[in-house]
Design a protein around this ligand. Structure first.
Ligand SMILES: *Cc1c(COP(=O)(O)O)cnc(C)c1O
Length: 471
């Protein structure tokens, strides 16, 4: 399997070459040259597999430069009941007639990002050992991504994590989750500033090519193809749990921010998994909902990005969206460049409303969308508690609301649960007047010793800290 860049760079790469890379050299995103097709006989074989083996089968179609026995061992080590809480790994439960919740957030940090990041940690350790190389991951987080990365990389040989976060701006629970890690290879850096300052620092350090090369700086952001690929697996696992046979269609609703999660659903659908509809659920930051309704993709300025009660979906542009649009325009990289380089670069938007391709988004590709507000989230959380005695987090609530607007009778609708309610306790308290129960392993974490350094919002200070801690 070879990978290409959405922007037309002539190079073709193998999986392990792009594993440790971010963007392609021309600024595009990597995608497989073709989507392997999965037929009924294969689905029948896969239906009975435990999650780790299903992951191995799917990953094998995209990874041909890791020996199968090694890849199998990596999957087996990653997807265990010990790490994810159940043998099913992503158990499905029916909420009401035909509406299901697929639990993706029982991993170490209680959000779905663990599903991919845990695999990434093991793939990184494997590949770095094979190359005799090291990697220093530099990131910026306002919550979920940073903690998922740290819990995936803690104790891994050859990897260090330098994670910046805005000082005092994460929830006490999120801070405690990250700062209580005592592993020598994990470095928490609290920046005096806001999240944008952290992102600017990461950009500035990555743009210093000499420093980047000398200190082997890498990232783990959501454009990483390996993360997306890991997420394809739970669409298959959800499909098998929601159906009794492989001729039945299923729809999925996905609380979306950077379009990574739902893009994995798109890949599963392109492979031939019988997905009828993919519903993109957004909050007040409705860049994606606007596109699927109107054909206009209009990125927002930082000042127009709302701080909402589903903060992991607070985005001004969706970094994985280019992958889908590449397929939408028939994999025409010249057209793709015109949209993402020329139009977005010049005017901050592009307009496909008059392009016949836009009709395909809903047609051939099965996309729909929906949008929620803070009031919707509170109402959905209350209603779900009252009628089904089930607590859901604000992101999952955004999903459930959008899902109900797109139901086709007779087609199961699976809503992806992207976090556990305890991570967003303040909103649960606002909705229900009480804190959600906390898993045992997180009891009292706020009182644990914290391992964090405070630095000014200055790329040079962060570089000096990395240099000091790299031997
Ligand atoms: C990251 C995240 C999302 C958004 O996922 P994308 O892949 O960026 O679309 C939604 N909900 C939660 C809880 C998250 O952590």
């Amino acid at each position: 399997m070879n990978y290409l860049s959405t922007r037309g760079h002539p190079d073709r790469k193998r999986f392990c070459e792009i594993l440790l890379e971010g963007l392609a050299p021309d600024g595009g995103l990597y995608l497989p040259e073709t989507y392997p097709q999965v037929h009924t006989a294969t689905l029948a074989k896969w239906r009975a597999l435990p999650y780790a083996e299903l992951a191995f089968e799917i990953l094998s179609l995209y990874i041909d430069d890791i020996p199968p026995a090694d890849l199998k061992a990596i999957c087996a080590k990653t997807y265990t009941a010990e790490v994810f809480g159940t043998d099913e790994i992503v158990p499905l439960r029916e909420l009401e007639d035909g509406v299901y919740l697929e639990a993706l957030s029982n991993g170490p940090t209680l959000a779905f990002k663990d599903m991919a990041m845990q695999l990434l940690g093991n793939l990184f350790e494997y590949e770095l050992a094979r190359r005799g190389s090291e990697l220093n991951i530099l990131g910026a987080t306002s919550g979920d991504t940073g903690s998922a990365a740290e819990y995936a990389m803690r104790g891994k040989k050859g990897v260090r994590v330098f994670m910046t976060s805005p000082d005092g701006r994460m929830s006490p629970f999120q801070q405690a989750q990250m700062f209580s890690l005592q592993d020598a290879n994990i470095h928490n850096i609290a920046i005096t500033g806001v999240f944008d300052d952290c992102q600017d620092i990461v950009k500035a350090v990555s743009n210093d090519l000499g420093f980047k090369r000398k200190y082997r700086i890498g990232t783990v952001n959501s454009i990483n193809w390996a993360r997306l690929l890991a997420q394809v697996v739970y669409y298959f696992a959800g499909y098998f749990q929601a159906t009794a046979s492989n001729d039945k269609p299923v729809s999925f609703t996905v609380p979306s921010g950077n379009f990574g999660n739902v893009c994995a659903g798109h890949v599963a659908r392109m492979m031939g998994l019988p997905i009828q509809t993919l519903v993109v659920a957004t909050n007040e930051n409705d860049v994606l909902d606007e596109f699927f309704r109107t054909g206009v993709y209009r990125v927002r300025a930082a000042v127009d990005t709302h701080e909402t009660s589903s903060p992991s979906m607070d985005i001004s542009k969706a970094s994985n969206f280019e992958r889908f649009v590449f397929d939408l325009v028939g994999r025409d990289s010249a057209r793709l460049r015109q949209l993402f380089v020329d139009d977005l670069g010049l005017q901050g938007s592009f307009d496909l409303s008059a392009d016949p391709a836009f009709k395909q988004a809903a047609g051939r590709f099965g996309f729909r969308s929906g949008r929620s507000t803070h009031a919707d989230r509170l109402a959905t959380i209350r209603d779900t508690e009252k009628r089904f005695a089930t607590l859901i987090d604000p992101h999952t609530a955004d999903g459930l609301k959008a899902a109900r607007e797109q139901i086709t009778p007779g087609v199961p609708m699976v809503v992806l649960e992207t976090a556990l309610p305890i991570k967003f306790a303040a909103t649960l308290v606002e909705a229900l007047g009480e804190e959600p129960a906390r898993p045992k392993k997180f009891e009292g974490i706020e009182a644990l010793p914290k391992r964090v350094v405070k630095l000014p919002a200055d790329a040079e200070a962060v570089k000096a800290y990395i240099a000091e801690n790299c031997d």
